[in-house]
Design a protein around this ligand. Structure first.
Ligand code: RFL
Ligand code: PHB
Length: 386
């Protein structure tokens, strides 16, 4: 078995890469350890930067996104019993779109299969050789080898690609909190996302559609979900979102719940020989800035350009510059996500002094146009270039 680019993982990074390569006449095989249903229903991100929607639309994968995606022009920061709108579009000229990662993945899987793409589910990569290059995978109870020109490691944080890079330098930070996320069958209580800072901890009101709300609560990293009845979740959300003017949170049946740890992580470099890492395989951000999926997409935009040059002219110049180009953007997003996280979460180790500083920082961000613009330009996403 042989292909030009062997792609490990059918998350947003692997699927989009396969799709963009196909449009440039480059062959790939996507190997995914999980089944299709699991991959299409795993609840994760919900906010797409304009650069992410642009690449989906421009590559012919944006039809449903254009119909169902909700274009947003602002977000709210809520603290001290009052909301403060950050007018993203007025400040930057750009928008973000609320469209779930599950839907991006469904659209890309459908598009790959309609275009005759080779996406194999329940095909777990167990070994890879970055210099031969080849990948070995288990599928249908048998072991297979796929030879290739390059391997794209798009296999997420717990994948096999990153450990295959010798001499990797890693940088990480753990946070003393996690997010309890729920999906609920109830119309969102807000049109725009609300990021709330409260003494009890952070809360986020997001949405999936005009009928489905997505909400998060800051909890401790070892939180036991069993301790959170539906009533306790709604009470705590109502407390953290409460305003002095009596804003109301609508409750409804909870259809999905999970606890996500928060971490920051970067691995450098993102290339070793014929293996290139993209997305969560190389870096993780805490979800506060809504950057993870968007970073995976921007890596892949650059990687697809580099492969296009390689197959058109034989030159590896862009492939050689891939890691450095990604990492500049990755580190900016790492800082922004860390900054948003500290701005809004209640750190159990914070002193009274720290809490006063945090409040002053929040007041400044919502009252200074310069500070709001800085938040806004990072939130809507910075340019993707070599
Ligand atoms: P993925 O999506 O983890 O996909 C990797 C795939 O590789 C497979 N795999 C293997 N396949 C074959 N062989 C092996 N040995 C394999 N090992 C692993 C896995 O099964 C999987 O299918 O990585 P990718 O493509 O890099 O995409 C990254 C995004 O999924 C992630 O960054 C975002 O979900 C992060 N994130 C958010 N990002 C945003 O941009 N905006 C948001 O609003 C946002 N909110 C979030 C988030 C992540 C969250 N969680 C649960 C971590 C909210 C949450 C709660
Ligand atoms: C989501 O809708 O899941 C979401 C939105 C914004 C974030 C994180 C997650 O910052």
């Amino acid at each position: 078995m042989r292909t030009q680019v062997a792609i490990i993982g059918s998350g947003p990074a692997g699927l989009l890469l396969s799709h963009l390569l196909h449009r440039q006449g480059i062959d790939s095989v996507v190997l995914e350890s999980r089944d299709r249903d699991y991959v299409e229903h795993r609840q994760r991100a919900g906010v797409l930067e304009q650069g992410t929607t642009d690449v989906l639309r421009d590559s012919g994968a944006g039809e449903r996104l254009d119909r169902e995606g909700l274009v947003h022009h602002g977000v709210e920061l809520r603290f001290g019993g009052a909301g403060h709108r950050i007018p993203l579009t007025d400040l930057t000229g750009r928008t973000v779109t609320v469209y779930a990662q599950t839907e991006v993945v469904k659209d890309l899987v459908a598009k790959r299969l309609a275009d005759g793409g080779d996406v194999r589910f329940e095909a777990e990569v167990v070994a890879l050789d970055a210099s031969a290059p080849s990948v070995t995978f288990r599928s249908g109870g048998r072991t297979h080898t796929l030879d290739c020109d390059y391997i794209a490691g798009c296999d997420g944080f717990h994948g096999v690609s990153r450990p295959a890079v010798p001499g990797l330098r890693t940088y990480s930070r753990e946070y003393p909190f996690a997010w309890l996320g729920i999906l609920a069958d109830v119309a969102p209580s807000t049109e725009e996302l609300i990021y709330a800072g409260h003494d009890n901890g952070f809360a986020l009101h997001s949405l999936r559609s005009p009928q489905v709300s997505r909400l998060y609560l800051q909890v401790s990293p070892d939180e036991d979900l069993a301790g959170w009845s539906d009533a306790r979740i709604w009470d705590e959300l109502a407390t953290r979102f409460a305003t002095d003017d009596g804003w109301k949170l609508h409750e409804g049946p909870i259809t999905d719940r999970s606890v996500t740890p928060m971490r920051s992580f970067v691995a450098e470099p993102m290339r070793h020989d014929r293996l290139l890492l993209a997305g969560d395989a190389a870096h993780i951000v805490p979800p506060t800035g809504a950057k993870g999926l968007n970073l995976a997409v921007s890596d892949v935009i650059l990687l697809a350009q580099a492969f296009a040059e390689r197959y058109a002219s034989g030159s590896e110049t862009l492939l050689d510059g891939y890691s450095a180009a990604c990492l500049r953007r990755v580190w900016r997003a790492e800082h922004f996500s860390y900054w948003m996280t500290h701005l809004l979460h209640a750190d159990p180790a914070a002193s009274d002094f720290d809490r006063r500083l945090q409040r002053s920082h929040l007041d400044y961000v919502v009252s200074s146009q310069a500070a709001s613009t800085s938040l806004a330009e990072n939130y809507v996403g910075l340019p993707v270039t070599f």
